[in-house]
Design a protein around this ligand. Structure first.
Ligand code: ZN
Ligand code: ZN
Length: 493
């Protein structure tokens, strides 16, 4: 059995290939293109010829084609390719010739995705910025020489077996872990940092576990690229992270651990804060993972695709730090009324529990609230989500901090108007799209059909690989499962 490892698919991408900007697998080439225009997406077939290879692609975004033409002509990573775009109706033919350093095995599948807002500083380390190895010295005077001298190579040898790749990825992720306490009164901390549950073990996970186990969705690497799978893990490990000391794990969360939810402000605050803490910890780990890649493979410090991953991780961490300061201020002022919380209670138990925070991309009318592909420097606020079964019912809590009314007020107005039935349909999508911290009753997972299981995993993947979304929609298996089925295992209790 595979041991619990929840790896960011982005990490898998960086390890296996060349990072999100240009990830080359044996059978898959993913190109991310950066431009000031809105994002769009297409898929491609690729075939070889003596002069290079041809990409035939079509797009199903809503952007006018001139964007495509301009982007490809101007931006298709000119250092890697010489390209020329021709188009017939809605089909475009992009001819690419590979320049020297790339010898690709052909018959590739290509995904294109356009990112927004190109900025050169996103793709290069500034000589005078702190070295990513955390030495405290400036890059130019620290690892720069080493980076220059180290030879580019594939980080994971694709002749490895899938099992070996899995172990490599798992060990790499384990090395990013660290202990901290996110509580606000650090002077009261205990020395012992616990493996704290972000979802209560005894009252919640216990309800949905079977023989002490439950399922989560994990990612790992294979020769073909990253894959997600249903991972059976012990409930004692589920949802845990080293984010609170022994004292604070108990003391700070007493109002939600020892008492049912009754809508008190402090409870709303703590549910949101715990959802923040686990994601904050994970974002720091993702940043660590890219730093570790830099340290172990110094040539990556000069590679655009790795630096891009590093920049995104830095921005994520920065967003978390901004949010953390807001929690801290409210806490020290004992002001817990700053969260708008949407609460719904269902009269049946669901078969899963989730606790997470994330920046939502679109509201219910399709307006962009956070441009998640933007790599500009704007703050992206999060919403906080907790869904869990209680005895004979299910609690749903969604919230945001009132500082972020500008981003989320309309969205929450829309959500509040939804009938339960529609809200659940929407949450079915939202949770899988944005959350890794979700755990399922084995009874539920084991009773899904193969088609539903596949839909669950691929829909999860579609949040990272938009191309999956198009494939799923075309096959009619996008979100063809219902997380909010009544837990039949509990129906007699
Ligand atoms: Zn260094
Ligand atoms: Zn502490």
């Amino acid at each position: 059995m595979l041991i619990c490892v929840s790896v960011s698919p982005f990490l898998v991408t960086s390890l296996l290939g060349k990072g999100p900007l240009l990830a080359i697998y044996r059978s898959k080439l993913t190109v991310f293109i950066v431009d000031d225009k809105l994002g769009a997406l297409t898929s491609c077939n690729i075939s070889s010829s003596d002069n290079g290879f041809f990409l035939r692609f079509f797009y199903f975004g809503c952007e006018p084609m001139f964007i495509w033409k301009n982007i490809f002509v101007r931006h298709i990573i000119p250092s890697f390719f010489r390209s020329k775009v021709r188009h017939k109706g809605r089909k475009y033919l992009l001819e690419c010739r590979i320049l020297d350093s790339f010898k690709l095995k052909l018959s590739l599948q290509v995904n294109f995705m356009i990112l927004t807002k190109s900025r050169i500083d996103l793709f290069e380390l500034n000589p005078y910025e702190p070295c990513p190895c955390d030495s405290g010295a400036k890059f130019k005077f620290c690892c720069y020489k080493k980076a220059k001298a180290s030879k580019p190579k594939r980080i994971i040898d694709l002749s490895y077996s899938d099992g070996r790749i899995h172990n490599f990825v798992k060990q790499f992720w384990e090395k990013t872990d660290f202990h901290t306490c996110f509580a606000f009164n650090k002077e009261e901390c205990d020395d012992l940092i616990k493996s704290a549950h972000s979802i209560q073990n005894n009252r919640i996970l216990n309800r949905i576990s079977k023989d002490g186990h439950l399922y989560t969705i994990s990612s790992t690497g294979t020769k073909e690229g990253p894959v997600s799978y249903l991972n059976k893990i012990s409930r004692n490990k589920a949802s845990t992270f080293f984010g609170f000391c022994n004292i604070h794990d108990t003391e700070l969360f007493r109002p939600i651990e020892k008492k049912e939810y009754i809508g008190e402000s402090i409870q709303n605050f703590l549910f949101a804060f715990r959802a923040h803490a686990i994601e904050h910890h994970k974002k720091l780990r993702k940043l660590n993972s890219q730093k570790n890649i830099f340290i172990e493979f110094p040539f990556t410090m000069l590679e655009k695709e790795h630096i891009y991953v590093y920049r995104v991780a830095q921005l994520d961490v920065r967003d978390c730090s901004v949010d953390y300061e807001v929690f801290k201020k409210d806490y020290s002022n004992a002001n817990f009324d700053n969260f708008r919380t949407l609460y719904r209670k269902l009269d049946f138990e669901v078969s899963f529990a989730a606790c997470s925070s994330f920046a939502v991309e679109y509201d219910l009318e399709g307006n962009i609230m956070n441009d998640i592909y933007s790599v500009g420097y704007e703050h992206m606020p999060s919403i906080y989500v907790n869904v869990y079964p209680t005895s004979g019912g299910t609690n749903i809590l969604l919230s945001y901090h009132l500082n972020n009314d500008g981003t989320y007020k309309n969205y929450f107005d829309q959500l509040e108007k939804l009938k339960n039935e529609d809200l659940l349909k929407y949450l079915n999508f939202l949770l899988i799209q944005y959350t890794e911290n979700i755990f399922f009753d084995p009874f539920f997972i084991e009773n899904l059909s193969e088609k539903q299981k596949n839909s669950l995993l691929k829909s999860f993947d579609s949040s990272i690989y938009p191309i999956e979304k198009a494939i799923l929609i075309s096959k009619g298996s996008y979100y063809k499962f219902n997380l909010f089925e009544k837990n039949m295992d509990k129906s007699d209790s």
